[in-house]
Design a protein. Structure first.
Length: 125
């Protein structure tokens, strides 16, 4: 799947982000509606198709067997991560704990990065 470019989106008052159609349709066609939402860096939100997250986590667990830094990283991202489903309107709920932790506003730029979406959060306008 070749996804590229960026798009903007907004968050509604209940914390749901609408995944832009240019990303949502190919993701749903290839992977289905389940996604894993986390923050890998403490600044952005990452949304992985669940199948891609499982593969990423498997690779990270293998590396963590010999790397204490990787073990701490896995613990942190799993503590802030959650499985959600894209609803019929193309929205996904960003859980309150993650929204609060990242001080999420109502706008974001969405980009595809290798195997997941990255939401760069922007201020309200």
């Amino acid at each position: 799947m070749e996804l590229s470019g960026k798009a903007t989106t907004t968050m509604d008052s209940q914390g749901r982000i609408r995944i832009p159609e240019k990303f949502r349709k190919p993701i749903e066609e290839k992977y289905g509606k389940e996604v894993f939402i986390t923050s890998l860096d403490g600044e952005h939100i990452q949304i992985f198709p669940l199948e891609e997250w499982k593969e990423t986590a498997k690779n990270a667990r293998e590396m963590a067997m010999n790397d204490p830094t990787m073990r701490r990283f896995l613990i942190r991202i799993n503590m802030s991560g959650i499985v959600r489903e894209i609803d019929r309107w193309g929205r996904v709920l960003i859980h309150k704990e993650l929204r609060d932790k990242l001080n999420v506003k109502n706008r974001a730029t969405v980009m595809w990065k290798k195997n997941h979406l990255v939401l760069k959060l922007t201020s309200r306008r």
